[in-house]
Design a protein around this ligand. Structure first.
Ligand code: SIN
Length: 487
């Protein structure tokens, strides 16, 4: 492993501006700014002092959202598009700044974070041109027409791993469709949310149309239960998503769109291009230190090619550079101590279950940040095992071997999650069987399970989601398709 290199110039602490309510960042009483928000990649890097438990009048916040939404929903589409397009030059100007900020806050490599900011530009173009087509009125003479009505006030609860791109992918279509938005940012990434909110502030939206709530889980819970909220878009862990779902069982007024991660597989069949499969699996398992909902947690190998794949995969994995985000590493740090603990808890489970350690993941630069090296294990499939049923969200992968596609399918569907699957094979029949039999929302052929496209739907089934995909289809959940007929 390369030696951790400290950032040359110490990054400056930023001002924490508080939540953004009714068109203004709140003034925060300095006495309340007690909590240190530090970079997981460098404990000496203080991002800001902030307030994780703000006292906010949520009812008034929702009320102002509703008020602004009534006017905005009457605004014709070309005007909405014109207004939202103003975000483009602001994003372009901030690729470097925001990239650095995302890396400081999440610990992920700078090349990834800059890629995330660039993805906002693509998302903007796609949403304002292509996604818009999905909600244009459709005339069906002589029957009538389909017209799409905005839902009202949308709550977007964002994750930490793509703190700008993932919430933006829901905030933007929600606004375009004529809704007001309350963005509850991840408490692990409040600074990125603050920067993004600065952009919405600059384009001059009606006061209350876009609001940001900064704070932890308690405030999310209260927001979810606000009567005035019409739709909730949640991206995060299964455990939290499940709690939200349970709390809304009797709430028939709210749409709930869940994106809750995955326990994703890569299948490498006997005819696969092994060099390609190895390269793509390395990305899938270890980019973002395994902290993508589409990250690969298990590789299923055809017995015929297993030893060759393992040899190549280990060779490459041992060379992966883990380091501070500024040093162009393959992997930066994990997000926090809990994540580190989850990493080692999983290792213990593997050991206890008799798994073989092909490459033991180790803690690195302990005094500096939350760093680990990749973990690669090998096991036999046990249908009754709990291993493989919980997302680890860390850079670890289990390798299984089989000769039968039927067993591969069982393994793929074992976790109860159902987000993403990679199939490495040239055989059309193998690909079709995986498409039909796997319970997932995304199937990629000869490609990593990460790297979702803005042009395609993104979301899963089972414990991964509730059939309300984001990505290209996010706008569908932002509207009510209405039937209109008669005269
Ligand atoms: C994610 O949503 O966590 C990652 C998207 C991707 O790279 O597939």
């Amino acid at each position: 492993m390369k030696i951790f290199r400290k950032v040359k110039k110490t990054q400056k602490a930023l001002p924490f501006l508080g939540s953004y309510i009714k068109g203004k960042f709140q003034k925060v009483n300095k006495k309340r700014l007690q909590q240190k928000h530090k970079s997981p990649a460098d404990f000496e890097d203080l991002i800001f002092y902030w307030d994780e438990h703000p006292c906010l009048d949520l009812n008034s916040l929702c009320f102002s959202g509703k008020k602004a939404q009534r006017k905005w929903s009457q605004t014709p589409f070309p005007e909405r598009v014109k207004k939202l397009k103003k975000l483009k030059p602001i994003i372009k100007k901030n690729i470097k700044n925001w990239g650095e900020l995302i890396s400081r806050e999440t610990g992920k490599a700078l090349w990834e974070s800059e890629g995330e900011v660039k993805a906002l530009l693509l998302k903007l173009d796609f949403t304002l041109e292509e996604a818009l087509k999905r909600i244009k009125t459709q005339s069906l003479p002589p029957y009538g027409q389909i017209r799409f009505k905005s839902r009202g006030l949308c709550l977007v609860i964002g994750p930490f791993n793509f703190p700008m791109h993932l919430p933006f992918g829901q905030i933007l279509p929600a606004l375009l469709a004529g809704n007001a938005v309350i963005f509850k940012a991840s408490e692990k990434a409040p600074a990125s949310a603050q920067a993004l909110t600065g952009a919405f502030d600059q384009i001059g939206l009606e006061s209350g149309l876009y609001q940001l709530v900064q704070g932890g889980g308690k405030i999310s819970k209260k927001l979810c239960n606000q009567n005035l909220i019409d739709a909730i878009f949640f991206t995060g862990s299964f455990e939290t998503g499940d709690k939200i779902k349970q709390s809304l069982v009797k709430d028939y007024n709210k749409l709930l769109a869940l994106e809750m991660g995955g326990y994703n597989s890569s299948l490498v069949w006997d005819d696969a291009d092994l060099n390609l499969a190895v390269q793509e699996c390395l990305k899938a398992c270890f980019w973002t230190s395994g902290q993508r909902c589409s990250s690969c947690s298990q590789i299923i190998l055809h017995k015929k090619i297993a030893s060759e794949f393992i040899k190549l995969f280990l060779e490459k994995a041992k060379q992966l550079k883990v380091n501070h985000w500024s040093q162009n590493p393959w992997m930066g740090s994990l997000i926090d101590k809990k994540s580190l603990q989850r990493f080692f808890k999983f290792q213990k489970q593997i050991k206890k279950a008799g798994g073989q350690f092909l490459l033991e993941g180790k803690q690195l630069y302990k005094e500096k940040g939350y760093y680990v090296s990749p973990g690669i294990y090998k096991m036999a499939f046990d249908k009754n095992s709990l291993i493989g049923t919980q997302e680890t969200f860390t850079p670890q992968v289990i390798i299984y071997e089989t000769r039968q596609l039927k067993e591969a399918v069982e393994l793929i569907n074992h976790s109860g999650f159902g987000l993403s699957l990679s199939v490495f094979s040239k055989d059309k029949k193998v690909k079709e069987e995986m498409f039909q039999c796997s319970k997932v929302g995304l199937v990629y052929y000869n490609l990593a399970s990460v790297g979702a496209s803005s042009y395609l739907p993104f979301g899963g089934v089972g414990k991964s989601g509730n059939d309300r995909p984001a990505g290209a289809f996010a706008i569908d959940s932002c509207v009510i398709p209405m039937a209109e007929k008669g005269f």
